[in-house]
Design a protein around this ligand. Sequence first.
Ligand code: PRX
Length: 661
Amino acid sequence: MSSTDDKITSLLSEGRVFEPPVEGREAAAIGSLEEYKAIYKRSIEDPEGYWAERAEELVTWDKKWDTVLEADFDKPEFSWFKGGKMNVSYNCLDRHLENGRRNKAAIIWQGEPEEDVKVYTYQMLHTEVCRFANVLKKKGVKKGDRVSIYLPMIPELSIALLACARIGAMHSVVFAGFSSVALQSRIQDCEAKVLVTADAVIRAGKTIPLKPNADEALSECDTVKNCIVVKRGGNEVSMTEGRDTWWHDEVTADDIASTCEPESMDAEDILFILYTSGSTGKPKGVVHTTGGYLTYAMHTCQYVFDLKDNDVYWCTADIGWVTGHSYILYGPLGLGATSVMFEGVPTYPGPDRFWKIVEKFQVNIFYTAPTVIRALMRDGDGPTQRYDLSSLRILGSVGEPINPEAWMWYHVNIGKEKLPIVDTWWQTETGGIMISPLPYATPTKPGSASLPLPGIDVAIYTEEGGEASPNEGGHLVVRKPWPGMLRGVFGDPARYKKAYFSRYKDTYDPEDGARKDDDGYFWIMGRLDDVVNVSGHRLGTAEIESALVSHPQIAEAAVVGMPHPIKGQAVYAFVTPNTGVEQSPELLAELRTHVRKEIGPIATPDAIQYAPGLPKTRSGKIMRRVLRKIAANDFKDFGDTSTLADPSVVDDLINGKKALD
Ligand code: PRX
């Protein structure tokens, strides 16, 4: 907990409160704190009635459900809207063709080069999705099959997801920044039939080949019979005869029709699998289903972003992560909104790129991550002054705790001291936002995600399981099921139960520490498990350790998070080489490259220290809190180290750290 202690202290001294704007309240989905409280009370007293109403209001069903909820925390097993039938792509596309939105922009795509802009109306997107759905069918993809998608932020990414949803295939998106090794293990785990990838990623002015990673991954993926490649970079790629084909050839083939009947899916059929990091080495394939997930993505999008028909909405996440799934695609398109999709990075060609895009498309709602704000803060307010940001009405934050300094910078420079900031707490597993201010109802406190959304029953539990007192830190728990909750870990029911439903009875355990203040506001402190949050990206320390020890010269490794001014947390590794191996700077550089190759650039350790020994208890468990303190240059108060097998290793590590700095 030591790394989160500092955050808590700085958050504890935070006392500012900002009232929601008055203008806009009347037209808002929820326009006052009283209204929120009334809706919340009702949702908790009669959850089934509440969620049935929401599901009816938001989603078009082919057939209504038989039961709203069947829940068993012990098994664990949860069914929402059982017996109900619907199709997610129908809900995101077809119905908008008939309700007046046919020619409305569904997706505004801004490529990294300024002049690369594509606008897809709902009609155009419908056609593209149908065509690609027909391509998948032609390749033999059927309802229930898995399709892995490894693409940069180009329109084909959105099209591929919706095409899978249309025919009932499960998509499994793998972030294009992941390595071939990471891609391979994810394809193998879900036994995908098809891989959709691209020739390259365009990033910060460079064309970075992607297809070679796909080729390497596919060298040991027997289940993949077809690999469909989007041309983005125009670079030379090798195509494997009989397996690889070009997207543009496939979708324009004469036998591909522009319509495709959506598959009527059971509410509990799987929509997608998305891999995320947990405490142990292997990433978990988080499973989300159809009816509940869409209801929840739309419900939260409507309330938290107050999304209206005229709005231009921009979530800056990558669709490789859950934020992009729920808040670039399914939530906004379900609501018939206009969603901006951006291929590039915030700092290229300059630190004003985001604001330029806001002005260009007159963005109204802007949702980003604290790490982006901290990175942009370095350049001061100059870049924010260069553009007209007056179209903005709501600002959002997600992925990690937002420190009050970053919150205030966002508030002053982007919000011009009047826009509401919604600091949204949630996870891959929750499917959508769980705790967040409502822009026109909730007074905000910098650094607090504030209050639970309607339908969400959260509390802070002590180690023993009782409810913690106000301001006392503890485990955040969710006490009632909600429609967006994960329904499993793909192929691993035991892990599903152990990871999420075993700490306390009848609760979902997010593995986050938090406290609740006297006003009932939640302050999230960070992960309680061995997961680090680097630039809002979740990485398992065990995954990085296993990558390090897979290097032939490394015997042991321990990885911890250390505080970082921009990334929030950075990766710090302690490594013990095999006997006789020289502890050279070259080996450290080699280890960095090795981790990039095994997992991807985001997991590259910021610092690696040689450790003659690791602080282990007599039972062999590494005492990570000691390592976290050393990584953070905090050499005092290590707590009880009497159970260490060899306490002298601590001094060795401190000396090693001092020598590094
Ligand atoms: O620790 C919490 C942190 O990110 C974790 C979830 O990561 P992931 O599944 O990758 O999803 C990220 C996008 C939803 C959580 O367990 N986290 C996310 N949002 C916040 C946050 N911590 C504090 N405040 C937030 N707003």
